[in-house]
Design a protein around this ligand. Structure first.
Ligand code: BGC
Length: 612
């Protein structure tokens, strides 16, 4: 009888083991052929360069490009090159240990270098939400949130802000911006109203396109920051109470299934940015009827890609694809087949690679779909000049928070302020006003001025960030040396105090996304009390409102002789003082209606009829 080795020593067992190991070891399918590097040749056409690169890519390299990973989820720096990850992001608040512009630069440099160790050296997209300046980074210029820019109705200004933001981003190695938002809010109870330019499709289209142009203007040789209009499609039209997130009421909720409303109001801004060269678009976390947008082949492929002719890539929102189904594999198959090209995982890239590879092997996802997704991602990367980017020539960190950008932000603040009431023309104030009492929760609070998406996702209440001027700072700098300015947030000034003018700056606490959903957005009892006290102690009362949305009025606020909607102006409180004291005229107008009562909410979209 012949000797038969036990199975664990046989050739078959070794082969099984090797193939199992191969499943876990990446990359295992790299071909051993010389690389044709002519995709780096800038004299070739864009599509030719893409073809040369794409035809050399293995399936795993392609799948890697489709992954967008939160930087804290990268288990080992080498994984960036080994998995050939397409993109990383800092979720808002995803900061480096050394949270300074220098710290950001060295963090992103390490990731970019890691990407260059991959076989084909495909550059990395590094994304962040720079939606009101490069606002994750302490020291960056903080511009007004979109709602304030909407009040300026000034495309040239928004273009300049997109460009300035892009410059500050590139200096820190961040080359992808998850902005602008093209959402059209109908319901003030939503926590994301301030992220939108307003509710008028034509105005949002113009300002969104200007932001894309500014961001994608070549600020550094051939390199630009890729803009990402979002959230496709219908964000802002969700029904109160329809959120699928247990903590939220309307955010991530359901957009009514009517297609005419969607097409008439929500589609035109996306049509415009596609025409203006947008190369990445983010799918929303909302559902359209009972289908999550990320799962809608109709919206993503038939409407956005085929009908609008979008040539860039669709990126899903944070964990959005996995919300399609509890079965992660099924969710990925549905999302990618629907038209998602890059998946904001944002955590587990290892199982993503395995799942997509399995789906291709079983035919659940056609390889042609993968090729189309990667072609779109490469098109954006080539167009943004990333293959030509050389870290040595990045703009100097001096542009971060530069005097020029602060001046631009100050101009934007002045232009964004809306004069809601001015009884007897009490505004502008004169700089030689004898005495001013300043009160209210927002008067000396840079955190409330800047709102959320500033260093932390939910923002930080209070004066913790250096390099900013509060409204109080601006007032003090605008008056004569003889003017007496007294400040107390609650308005508790000494008995018998009386002043010519009272300025009460009321405010909302910072909030982001569904955490800001509120059944009754209105003024805080503390601010209302401060108005009462100051009104009794002054001849003229000015109320300044710092808020991310119209707040439901009450008798106290309405009792102001002048009322100013200042939105979330950012780091330059002096810009508000400019209009209060007449250095600049008020020119802002409401970017969306200001409801008088909560019963009027949800509102009709400007110039549109309800759901038609
Ligand atoms: C938001 C997006 C944002 C993304 C990345 C999500 O929670 O919905 O607007 O771009 O996070 O920070």
């Amino acid at each position: 009888m012949q000797y038969r080795p036990p199975f664990f020593l046989s050739v078959g067992a070794v082969l099984v083991l090797l193939s199992l190991l191969g499943w876990f070891m990446l990359p295992s399918d790299e071909p051993m052929v010389p690389i044709d590097t002519s995709y780096r040749d800038t004299t070739k056409s864009l599509e030719e360069r893409i073809d040369i690169l794409l035809t050399q890519m293995t399936l795993r390299e392609k799948i890697g490009q489709m992954a967008l990973v939160e930087k804290n989820s990268v288990r080992d720096l080498d994984d960036v090159g080994e998995y050939g990850l397409g993109a990383l992001l800092s979720g808002s608040g995803g900061k480096p240990e050394n949270n300074t512009p220098e710290g950001w630069r060295s963090m992103t440099d390490a990731f970019h270098q890691a990407a260059r160790t991959s076989r084909l050296q495909i550059p990395l997209l590094y994304g962040a939400d720079a939606n009101h300046g490069h606002s994750n980074v302490p020291g960056a210029t903080i511009f007004p949130h979109h709602i304030g820019l909407g009040a300026t109705h000034d495309s040239a200004l928004v273009r300049q802000i997109g460009q300035a933001t892009g410059r500050e981003m590139l200096a820190t190695g961040v080359n992808w911006n998850f902005a602008p938002s093209l959402d059209l809010p109908k319901d003030m109870r939503w926590g994301r109203v301030y992220e939108a330019f307003g509710d008028d499709p034509a105005a949002v289209a113009a300002l969104g396109a200007a932001f894309v142009q500014g961001s994608q203007s070549r600020v550094l040789g051939d390199v630009f920051v890729l803009a990402t209009p979002k959230h496709f499609l219908g964000a802002g039209s969700m029904v109160w109470g329809s959120s699928t997130n247990e903590h939220f009421s309307i955010d991530q909720g359901m957009t009514p299934p009517l297609e005419t409303a969607l097409r008439r109001a929500y589609l035109p801004p996306f049509r415009e940015v596609v025409e203006q060269g947008a190369l990445s678009i983010m799918a929303g976390l909302n559902a359209w009827g009972d289908t999550k947008v990320s799962a809608s082949h109709y919206l993503l492929t038939e409407v956005l890609k085929e009908e609008l002719g979008f040539q860039g890539f669709v990126v899903s929102d944070w964990y959005g694809v996995y919300e399609i189904s509890e079965n992660k594999y099924e969710a990925l198959v549905t999302g990618i087949n629907a038209g998602i090209d890059m998946v904001m995982l944002p955590f587990d890239y290892q199982s993503f690679v395995k799942d997509v590879e399995r789906a291709v092997h079983t035919g659940a996802i056609a390889e042609a779909r993968i090729d189309d997704a990667v072609r779109r991602i490469l098109r954006a990367k080539f167009s943004a000049g990333l293959f030509e980017y050389d870290a040595e020539v990045a703009p100097s960190l001096e542009v971060v928070g530069s005097a020029e950008h602060h001046a631009l932000a100050r101009t934007a603040v002045a232009q964004s302020a809306v004069l809601l009431k001015n009884k007897g023309g009490v505004l502008p104030l004169t700089s030689n006003t004898r005495s001013i009492l300043v009160a209210g929760s927002g008067a000396d609070n840079a955190g409330r001025q800047m709102g959320a998406w500033t260093v932390e996702w939910q923002g930080i209440d209070g004066n913790w960030l250096s390099g900013t001027a509060t409204v109080l700072d601006g007032i003090k700098a605008s008056v004569d040396e003889h003017t007496i300015v007294e400040y107390d947030p609650q308005g508790t000034f000494g008995v018998g105090t009386h002043a010519e003018v009272g300025i009460v700056v009321v405010s909302e606490k910072p909030y982001a996304e569904g955490w800001g959903d509120s059944a009754l957005p209105t003024f805080s009892p503390e601010d209302v009390a401060a108005i009462r006290v100051v009104k009794a102690k002054t001849d003229t009362l000015v109320v300044v409102i710092l808020s991310g949305r119209p707040l439901i009025m009450n008798a106290e606020v309405a009792s102001g002789d002048a009322i100013v909607a200042a939105w979330l102006p950012g780091s330059e409180g002096a810009g508000l003082a400019d209009v209060l004291f007449g250095t600049k005229p008020f020119s802002g107008t409401l970017p969306l209606p200001w409801p008088a009562t909560i019963e009027q909410v949800p509102l009709l979209l400007s110039g549109k009829t309800q759901d038609s």
